[in-house]
Design a protein around this ligand. Sequence first.
Ligand SMILES: Cc1cc2nc3c(=O)[nH]c(=O)nc-3n(C[C@H](O)[C@H](O)[C@H](O)COP(=O)(O)OP(=O)(O)OC[C@H]3O[C@@H](n4cnc5c(N)ncnc54)[C@H](O)[C@@H]3O)c2cc1C
Length: 333
Amino acid sequence: MNEQRPTVLIVGAGLGGVMLGALLEKANVPYTILERASTVRSLGAALSIGGTLLVLFEQLQILSEFVSLAKCYTQSTVGNESGETLSTTNYVPLQTLTGYRGYIITRPAFYNLLLKQIPAHKIHFGKRILNVNEVKDDEDNDKVRIQASDGTIYQGDILVGADGAYSAVRQRLYERLKLEGTLPKSDEEDLPFTCTCLVGQTEPLDLEEFPELKDPESLMITTMGTEKPYSWVVFGTGNGSVCFMVLHHLDRTTSRAAQEQRFRNSENSEWGPHAAQSMCDETRDFSIPIGIGKKTLGDLYDRTPKDLFSKVMLEEKVFTTWFSGRTVLLGDG
Ligand SMILES: Cc1cc2nc3c(=O)[nH]c(=O)nc-3n(C[C@H](O)[C@H](O)[C@H](O)COP(=O)(O)OP(=O)(O)OC[C@H]3O[C@@H](n4cnc5c(N)ncnc54)[C@H](O)[C@@H]3O)c2cc1C
């Protein structure tokens, strides 16, 4: 049966790559995941997951495990630094419509749950894909062939570029389309940087000090900075910890400087710990709307293990071209 099914090559073992791998595993479609990193690092804050994905988790038979790791929510609020609520979003109508509740889950817990669905021999680490070619095999069938930096070559029927915002698969695809004259002009433009983002997760907190966390529903509260180009969000998680996401909204000048810094720091989408540290220092006095007494982001940072901080650029751009020939792009790519 498998011989008649297409073989899928997935470049990138991020959230998109492992989600697709889990689905192909369930559907018994042959696939291989190739990841440039030598190991997976569990980074990030919280993700909000609703009906569109939960229906898939049900089919993958991981819904109950997912729910045990997550915390449901029905509303989110936006307030200012004085503690006034500016807006509230009620998710109940949406949840009634889809038939599924919404959940907050930490990014590492979610990633590990998906990764567990993939047999170890189907993910190859330390495989940085450099070249992509559409070729014919000995029987004149169309195939796609990719080459990793260590010289290994993989051949399959479908190539999925799940390799993030700076996707090598996308770059190779766009180079080909540009030569053919079929790449839209907007797809040639760089990703814009408008925000830097500090994310992290505290250790489980003292519920007497942070009584809001006793609520069986998760909290999701955004604070808009007063006369400062920052906003910050706190989320409650299933294990009594708090995830935070601090956004620095860049103006045109700082955006350009951040872009240059980004290229100096590597092509990975995360910055080193020193960069996270300087953003912590800049923002630790910002007030947060949870906890007894006047709490600040610093109270969360002081309870966050160093390796659970990360600082990422938020690049937001929708590319027009997402497939051509035997190649398709997925996720941030
Ligand atoms: C450090 C970090 C923290 C984040 N935290 C949050 C959060 O808290 N909340 C939230 O909502 N969103 C968060 N995001 C954003 C969200 O996680 C991304 O939108 C999501 O991860 C995108 O998934 P993806 O699979 O498309 O790409 P990615 O997760 O970026 O995965 C791409 C993978 O491809 C690999 N790769 C890249 N190039 C190659 C190559 N040439 N060959 C082989 N492999 C390659 C990379 O190493 C990486 O593992 C975070 C992103 C990052 C990077």
